[in-house]
Design a protein around this ligand. Structure first.
Ligand SMILES: NC(=O)c1ccc[n+]([C@@H]2O[C@H](COP(=O)([O-])OP(=O)(O)OC[C@H]3O[C@@H](n4cnc5c(N)ncnc54)[C@H](O)[C@@H]3O)[C@@H](O)[C@H]2O)c1
Length: 364
């Protein structure tokens, strides 16, 4: 049986979309792809101060500093720590094998954002955790999907009881992911779950808590040299009558028409479907635009929107409470309206849709 209230009906206040009242300065360690495509554009948009940046390859740090007006480029991590404001948050955007060496150099008690995966394998993850605990670091892993605006919107609706009792939660991704564009993943022993499904598992846990059981199958492609790229993961929650499935196929080579990328929450009074639009054209700018050129004009617009570089499709900005979309709220479609043609805003780009028991789709 679900605990009362079930976790998804009583979310932590930290999941709200409120901006911090006094944002702290950020020290960036690492100036690679994720920082360039996602963190710096997001910080600029939010108006967060980046105090300094450093990278093993100095010109990467210098380029981004110039582009984003970051005043201090540090020679190394020690230099970054010496020049850091006392209340800095360290954004450590590095592959897991660099975690321990960098974390050892940070001040005890510092606030740190790490990247997923915590480790490429269990022992590496445990070593990272050990340093965090010993130094009293306030550390988090950047599994940002649980904070994505459309997830915030879905979380609020579910907490308010809008879709009734949650009985089904599904994450489904069936796309062509060009792993070859990320050479560092090609030699990994474990690929898909560490690099992708970790986000979906984290999302599920943020709604439902830890499962009582997990069944998983993860397989590689017969003609590809890299490790596993497709997974099915089923999570169970004791006697609770809920189906939770994460299903990913990164080897869908047969065109965009049948690609899928969504999260769907089904409840006894309605359902919410959020499209993970960026995954349908990832990575943006590199493969994304090139692939989009062969597609319909809508695909090109999708790529243009996706260039923002985070797991936040363009449409979803309207769900932050300021735009008209969110203020209209989800209106589960009554059965008698189910056949009607309703306004549809999300398309393949991303967004949240509500649908009633027999409804088509009600865009919000
Ligand atoms: N949260 C997400 O959705 C998400 C998305 C993409 C990547 N990532 C993760 O972020 C991490 C980085 O990915 P990326 O795509 O930016 O990789 P990248 O290879 O483009 O960049 C990594 C950067 O770190 C630098 N670096 C390595 N060791 C360093 C050290 N000791 N000190 C200073 N700089 C150092 C490298 O020179 C490089 O510029 C990976 O672990 C990846 O899994 C997370």
């Amino acid at each position: 049986m679900a605990p009362h209230p079930p976790p998804e009906r009583d979310p932590h206040p930290g999941y709200s979309a409120e901006m911090p009242k006094s944002p702290r300065p950020i020290v960036l360690v690492g100036a690679g792809g994720i920082v360039r495509d996602a963190h710096l554009p997001a910080y600029a948009k939010a108006g967060f101060e980046v105090a300094s940046i450093t990278d093993l390859v100095p010109e990467r740090a210098r380029d981004l500093a110039e582009q984003y007006g970051i005043r201090t480029v540090c020679a190394d991590v020690a230099d970054a720590v010496r020049s850091a404001p006392a209340d800095a948050v360290y954004d450590v955007a590095l592959p897991p094998e660099a975690h321990v060496e960098v974390l050892e150099q940070l001040p005890d008690g510092a606030a740190v954002l790490l990247q997923k995966p915590l480790g490429n394998h269990l022992a590496e993850g445990i070593r990272t955790r050990e340093v965090c605990r010993r130094k009293g670091l306030v550390a988090a892993v950047n599994t940002q999907l649980r904070f994505a605006p459309y997830v915030v919107a879905a979380r609020e609706l579910i907490a308010a009881g809008t879709i009734g009792e949650l009985y089904d939660l599904e994450v489904r991704v069936s796309v062509r992911t060009p792993w070859e564009m990320f050479p560092y993943v090609l030699d990994l022993d474990r690929l898909e779950i560490n690099m992708h499904s970790v986000h979906y598992l984290d999302l599920v846990r943020s709604f439902l808590g830890d499962p009582t059981g997990v069944h998983a199958v993860t397989v590689r492609h017969p003609e590809k040299a890299h490790a596993n790229s497709r997974s099915d993961i089923a999570l169970s929650y004791g006697d609770r009558p809920i189906r939770v499935v994460v299903s990913t196929n990164h080897d869908h080579h047969y065109g965009p028409r049948h690609e899928e990328s969504f999260v769907k929450w089904e409840g006894t009074r309605g359902a919410i479907r959020a499209q993970l639009g960026l995954l349908l054209d990832y990575p943006p700018r590199r493969g994304g635009l090139a692939r989009a050129r062969h597609r319909r004009p809508a695909r090109r617009r999708l790529a243009a929107g996706a260039v923002r570089g985070v797991l936040v499709p363009r449409r979803v900005h309207r769900l932050d409470g300021r735009g008209p979309a969110f203020s209209r709220g989800i209106d589960p479609v009554p059965a008698h309206r189910g056949r009607g043609r309703l306004p549809h805003h999300g398309g393949r780009r991303g967004g949240v849709h509500g649908c009633g028991p027999r409804g088509r789709a009600a865009a919000i």
